[in-house]
Design a protein around this ligand. Structure first.
Ligand code: GLA
Length: 391
């Protein structure tokens, strides 16, 4: 569904459910990370893009403000969550409402009063697919508050409120990448983000000869399960041994010199992060020059490192990358890698645009042969970040 179709759909659902027109429509996209994985919480670089999949909300002030309640009607699962915004918002049920609760709490902390609202909600970002469905929901919620209060805030601040919501209300100690790209994405561009300085550079990605394919393994990932937090702790341990604030400060040579001071596991974690930060900077340069074969090689190298050193891949993600390698350059694939936190979710492949159909067909068939599962494949152009569509 295009954003326009999605918006029409959620408006129709709002009208059906609440019996009147919505006053605001807001949306925020999911993302795919082209390269720079598990580098954000190490002060490194990331290179994500917003995708044409969105969390979207149609809303109006509740008829009775005295209820102090935000009602969110989930149009897909036909479920309504109610959140008491009369006092400081806390965790609650259903589980997905916590992403919104966390953002309400963040705005309250800034001194904002959240009005009572009626909301209809829908998301086309696959859940648990490594495409940041949670960041999309958080940033969408922040954008809704901006629309409803009439006060726009700095998109970086909105991203940081969303990140805090993820930490405190979803229990995932994530970095800043997902919320930043959902908030700051620009149509036709990737976002090169320096996670230390938070300096951003928009890297144009609009060569019609290439496309990014997103291959969903349909293996759900659970970042809350503890592996993500473990990786963070291992990186912190490496930095401590190396005597630096973060792995951003370490060169490959310095790591080699200190190898004997750390366990093999901690060494491999650090090797991934240090190598990945370099690859990201080089890949961004490759994209600026439309040097697609080079970008593709960095993507394959990134995957190998995530698989072998960082241990966050899984056999289904590896299967997709193997199939991509088999199709190869001749068949129109430049590169492929897992994207997002890992342990399932999606791969991203850089491909020749005119080979999309053939590649998709081969991938679907081969993936099924290798794993017995059905993948879902779609392409997306770089989309815009969060927007107030109406209001
Ligand atoms: C998840 C986190 C991000 C980032 C990636 C790995 O998506 O939310 O902050 O750490 O994993 O690159």
């Amino acid at each position: 569904m295009t954003l326009k179709e999605l918006s029409d759909h959620v408006v129709a659902e709002f009208k059906k459910h609440y019996g009147r027109e919505p006053r605001w429509i807001v949306a925020a996209p999911g993302r795919v990370n082209v390269i720079g994985e598990h580098t954000d919480y190490n002060d490194g670089f990331v290179l994500p893009m917003a995708i044409e999949r969105y969390a979207i909300m149609a809303a109006d002030l509740a008829l009775f403000q005295s209820t102090n309640t935000v009602s969110i009607y989930d149009t897909q699962f036909k479920e309504t969550a109610t959140i008491d915004v009369g006092e400081h918002v806390t965790k609650g049920s259903p589980k997905w409402s916590n992403y919104m609760r966390g953002v309400f709490a963040g705005f309250q902390r800034r001194g904002e009063k959240i009005p009572a609202l009626d909301v209809a909600f829908m998301s086309t970002v696959p859940l648990g697919g490594g495409l940041s469905s949670s960041a999309a929901l958080e940033v969408c919620t922040g954008t809704l508050i901006e629309a409803a209060t009439g006060k726009r805030i700095d998109p970086i601040e909105k991203a940081l409120i969303a990140q805090t919501a993820e930490h405190e209300f979803a229990g995932v100690p994530c970095g800043i990448m997902d919320q930043f790209i959902s908030s700051l994405g620009r149509e036709g561009h990737l976002l090169l983000l320096d996670c230390r300085t938070r300096k951003t550079e928009l890297v144009p990605m609009n060569d019609p000869a290439v496309a990014l394919l997103i291959v969903n393994t349909n293996v759900k990932h659970e970042l809350g399960s503890g592996e993500y937090a473990k990786r963070r702790a291992e990186c912190e341990e490496a930095a401590k041994i190396l005597g630096v604030a973060s792995l951003r400060d370490v060169t490959p040579e310095q790591l080699e010199k200190a190898k004997s001071k750390m366990s093999d596991l901690v060494y491999r974690r650090a090797r991934h992060v240090i190598g990945e930060i370099e690859r990201t900077v080089h890949a961004a340069e490759g994209i600026r020059q439309s040097n697609w074969p080079t970008v593709g090689q960095f993507m394959y190298a990134s995957h190998a490192s995530l698989r072998d050193d960082y241990d966050v891949s899984c056999k289904e993600l590896d299967a997709v990358v193997e199939i991509a390698e088999d199709i190869g350059f001749k068949g129109g694939v430049y590169g492929c890698r897992m994207t997002g936190g890992g342990f399932g979710g999606c791969c991203v492949a850089l491909v020749k645009a005119d080979a999309i159909e053939a590649i998709t067909k081969t991938m679907l068939e081969e993936y099924n042969v290798k794993t017995g599962l059905e993948a879902i494949i779609f392409s997306s152009r770089p989309a815009a970040g969060a927007t107030i569509i109406k209001g």
